[in-house]
Design a binder for this molecule. Structure first.
Ligand code: ZN
Length: 241
């Protein structure tokens, strides 16, 4: 069968072959072996890199978890992402989140959000890369089912528009400054920026490192289940350096 697929990760398997983790449009995440892909004259070499998408042809055996790739018709390579460490770090976070958390079955919305996120990282102007990264990751987190509730204070219902408040990263909701038992509050402008970014709106401003910090902390508590995502640490190091 042939299905549109995004390459999430690749690992060399032997001197000549590699294993690919794919997000397929029709069958969710799948692992395939690309035999001979590392041979210099392979027609698959170059196409089978992370962030590429195309039509993958492989024989899907339900009882197997590794299938043999017979063809990959490249649509978009996106290899320019790898030439910019910030873009690369953010695209790696998208792929790692999908690898860990994608449902086993077909999910066309997730597939579309991943493609859009990768395309946004590929084409964003240099000034907009940090905002694009944070917005794309928030939107993916939302599709994966982990978005925080930013509608208002979870305790008193205050819209948290004027006075600011705090994102309770553990609980995944906002608390207004009045209900805040202490600790540093985010000013209202940061709350607005958080809402925009979480909705996928990059806006005009470069998001301060605080926004990236909130995102990273949130993912650590909710999506990464206590384990560290290597790509997330890398993104944090790149953005703040
Ligand atoms: Zn409150």
């Amino acid at each position: 069968m042939t299905t549109r697929s995004v390459v999430l990760q690749t690992h060399p398997y032997s001197d000549t072959s590699k294993i690919l983790r794919l997000l397929t449009l029709d069958h969710g995440p799948q692992s395939v072996m690309a035999k001979g892909a590392l041979r210099p004259r392979s027609r698959l070499s170059g196409a089978l890199e992370p962030f590429s998408d195309g039509s993958a042809t492989f024989y899907l055996k339900p009882e197997r978890d590794l299938h043999t790739l017979s063809d990959f018709d490249l649509r978009e390579g996106r290899q320019a992402i790898g030439r910019d460490l910030r873009r690369y770090a953010a695209a790696s976070v998208l792929c790692e989140l999908v690898l860990r958390l994608a449902p086993a079955e077909r999910d066309p919305v997730l597939f579309d959000v991943l493609i859009r996120g990768l395309d946004a990282l590929l084409t964003a102007g240099p000034d907009r890369v940090p905002g694009t990264a944070v917005a794309a990751i928030w939107v993916l987190v939302d599709v994966l089912g982990f978005a925080p509730d930013l509608s208002g204070c979870s305790r008193c219902g205050d819209p948290v528009e004027d006075r600011g408040g705090r994102l309770d990263v553990r609980e995944g909701f906002l608390v207004c400054e009045r209900c805040l038992p202490g600790g540093a509050a985010l000013p209202a402008s940061e709350i607005r920026a958080l809402r925009s970014l979480a909705a996928g709106d990059v806006g005009d401003q470069r998001p301060p490192s605080r926004q990236l910090g909130l995102l990273v902390e949130f993912i650590r508590h909710h999506a990464a289940e206590g384990t560290r995502l290597r790509s997330l640490d890398f993104l944090l190091a790149e953005e703040l350096s």
